[in-house]
Write a protein that binds this ligand. Structure first.
Ligand SMILES: *[C@@H]1O[C@H](CO)[C@@H](O)[C@H](O)[C@H]1NC(C)=O
Ligand SMILES: *[C@@H]1O[C@H](CO)[C@@H](O)[C@H](O)[C@H]1NC(C)=O
Ligand SMILES: *[C@@H]1O[C@H](CO)[C@@H](O)[C@H](O)[C@H]1NC(C)=O
Ligand SMILES: *[C@@H]1O[C@H](CO)[C@@H](O)[C@H](O)[C@H]1NC(C)=O
Length: 358
């Protein structure tokens, strides 16, 4: 095997060269940071990533934000896979660009979700880093410090304290890093291009961070009394942002595709509320594997025979049917504490049916 490998390094070099010079589509390559294995300790550098001119310039000026870009991408990819784990399209990624396959350019609801969750991930990760005091350019939200809140009555009163998440910097960075700056997203024709669709959805994703922020408080006083109460603004955990965006995905709106304005008139005309997710093209059904389109298909996916949701065998397997395997599970059970200090358990065996799509 090893002896006939002389041509292989060259081929690999050629592929690497092709990958690095070919345009990967705007914003695709940094998303790759979200799927590289967690074990890699060394950070990417601005020049090791394939970035657009604008992104490269930003990266050169603010290299200290690269760890946050990676954290944000990881947050977003993990949450995308969590939200879609029971669906036919399960947000699967590849370890090479373009990461999400053709989903990144198909202009579907799935494209919309990816851009929204990625943009939100960047805001979240950069803001977290600001709040932890890791950056000189940003910190906690100073506007709130010391100010009073609550009612006029002194019992209800509290004041701002601690560290309020300051999302302005993260939002600025996410916009600057992801957007191609389409000046006027929706024209008077009320139609969109893929680029303006992506920008609209990224912005919708960033807005969710702000809309899901909450106020946390802590009491200081003798033995738990609430004589002094300080409060701060905090971002929601990212899984909440993921569920919120998943709902937006379910209710996303089809808009007019500018390039097809003259032929097909599908979709809503005119500008859409900035909070809604929008898409240009209807999604495929994701049932069958299609290498060219980067669709993995649902064959071999585990389904639930009794569920009426998307993970039910009928829906997930697209009516093709399913195979059933019996698996033996061995667990510790009937554990008893024995004085002192052991826990004694029995080994219990159970048989479980596993169904997978044909
Ligand atoms: C998505 O489903 C495919 C099979 O269709 C499977 O190979 C892959 O691991 C799944 N991805 C995730 C992230 O669950
Ligand atoms: C902030 O810096 C500390 C120490 O370098 C590090 O452990 C932590 O992960 C950083 N936090 C963020 C959000 O980058
Ligand atoms: C953007 O488009 C709207 C119409 O949809 C128009 O009224 C507005 O003047 C445009 N703005 C710019 C800066 O071109
Ligand atoms: C299958 O779906 C049913 C009904 O939704 C649910 O109660 C059950 O926990 C699911 N089983 C598995 C293994 O996920």
């Amino acid at each position: 095997m090893e002896t006939r490998s002389s041509g292989v390094p060259n081929l690999r070099a050629l592929i690497l060269l092709l990958v690095s010079v070919s345009p990967l589509g705007c914003g695709a390559s940094w998303m790759w940071l979200g799927v590289t294995s967690n074990g890699t300790p060394e950070l990417p550098t601005c020049s090791s990533l394939s970035l657009s001119g604008r992104q490269r310039e930003l990266c050169r000026r603010k290299p200290f934000l690269l760890p946050s870009v990676r954290d944000g991408a990881r947050l977003a990819v993990t949450e995308c896979q969590n939200q879609f784990r029971l669906e036919r399209w399960n947000c699967s990624t590849s370890e090479e660009p373009p990461v999400f396959g053709l989903e990144l350019t198909s202009g579907t609801k799935e494209t919309a979700f990816i851009y929204a969750v990625m943009a939100a991930g960047l805001v979240h990760a950069v803001t977290r880093s600001c709040s932890q005091g890791n950056m000189t350019e940003c910190g906690c939200d100073a506007r709130l410090r010391g100010g009073k809140g609550g009612g006029a009555s002194s019992v209800e009163s509290w004041h701002w304290g601690g560290c309020s998440d300051h999302i302005l910097y993260g939002t600025w960075f996410s916009r600057r890093f992801m957007d191609n700056t389409v000046k006027n997203i929706s024209t008077s024709h009320g139609s969109y291009t893929l680029s303006s669709m992506n920008q609209h959805n990224s912005e919708a994703g960033r807005q969710v961070i702000e809309r899901t922020m909450s106020t946390d408080c802590r009491c200081h006083g003798v033995s738990g009394s609430c004589a002094v109460k300080t409060c701060w603004r905090t971002m929601a955990p990212f899984d909440r942002i993921g569920s919120y965006l998943k709902e937006e995905y379910e209710q996303s709106i089809q808009v007019l595709d500018r390039s097809r304005r003259k032929t097909k008139k599908k979709g809503q005309r005119g500008p859409v509320n900035k909070h809604r997710l929008i898409y240009l093209n209807k999604s495929p059904n994701y049932c069958l594997k299609d290498r060219q389109k980067g669709i993995t298909g649902t064959r071999g996916r585990r389904c639930n025979r009794t569920s009426t949701g998307p993970d039910g065998c009928n829906l997930l397997c697209c009516g093709r049917g399913y195979n059933t395997h019996v698996v033996r599970n061995i667990q510790r059970c009937e554990c008893k504490f024995v004085w002192c200090c052991y826990v004694h358990c029995r080994r219990c065996e159970s048989m479980n049916d596993i169904h997978t799509c044909k």
